[in-house]
Design a protein around this ligand. Structure first.
Ligand code: MG
Length: 252
């Protein structure tokens, strides 16, 4: 069953999402060459404490970080640790917090210093694919319309869409119904209704769409070790028009 949020739910949801977006912006701005992913996660943890929120990821299924930090050929679920961030790296930060009993979930990919042109293009297309997915998240459309929109943008640019991981409903829990794949057919899947809140999160690869989980049980890498980008917003399906992005740092 796909939860429909009440006005009271949405008040809390907006609060959680706003804080989640603010924290993600702060963490993204803190990325420096030479720092470790563990140091970046420690900064995130400190800022979460200061804002009075908790990580939605820490302890989820046993995940050991406050955030997921995935570099270069890592797609998602990177565990923060002693690995150093270097100029030229793609640093995907996935950050979700719980506040007022609701979760806000968002992700961005940071380009560190001087970047190769294909990495810049990958990030641009991943952001454009996310925007297309959000535009397709309209009441009366189907979940498949979102995935189709994402996939169309990514594949037209010559990139591939990760199949093994997808977006999701989000609210009182980090993962709610429905699953929101980043590929699919228009008109397929559950019908979108006002009050649904979804995390739309394309994971776009330079090479193959195939991925594999590393021995630590979490970190997902591309099979061909080419690079991957990840952008995510939590959005609200509204009565008319494209979904409203809830993970905006500014109060609307
Ligand atoms: Mg998510």
């Amino acid at each position: 069953m796909i939860p429909i949020k009440s006005p009271a739910d949405l008040k809390s949801m907006r609060h959680a999402c706003r804080l989640s977006a603010r924290l993600l912006a702060e963490v993204a701005a803190a990325v420096r060459p030479g720092m470790t992913t563990g140091e970046l996660d420690a900064f995130a943890a400190q800022r979460m404490r200061a804002l009075g929120v908790t990580s939605a990821f820490l302890g989820y299924g046993g995940f050991p970080g406050h955030t997921c930090i995935s570099l270069n050929d890592e797609v998602v679920h990177g565990i923060p640790g002693p690995r150093a961030i270097n100029a030229g790296d793609l640093v995907s930060v996935d950050l979700g917090v719980t506040a007022d009993g609701f979760v806000g979930d968002n992700a961005t990919t940071v380009m560190v210093g001087e970047m190769d042109a294909e990495s810049v293009r990958l990030c641009g297309i991943c952001e454009a694919a996310l925007a297309a997915g959000i535009a397709a998240a309209r009441a009366g459309n189907h979940v498949g319309d979102i995935g189709h929109a994402v996939q169309t943008v990514a594949e037209a640019a010559g990139f591939s869409v990760v199949r093994d991981y997808c977006g999701h409903g989000v609210g009182r829990r980090l993962h709610e119904d429905p699953q929101v794949p980043n590929f699919g057919n228009p008109g397929r899947g559950p019908v979108l209704k006002p009050g649904m809140t979804l995390a739309i999160e394309p994971m776009i690869n330079q090479g193959t769409c195939r991925v594999e989980v590393m021995a630590n049980g979490w970190t997902v890498k591309t099979r061909d070790r080419k690079r991957s980008a990840h952008f995510e917003h939590t959005v609200l399906v509204v009565a008319a028009g494209p979904a409203e992005i809830l993970t905006c740092a500014e109060k609307k």
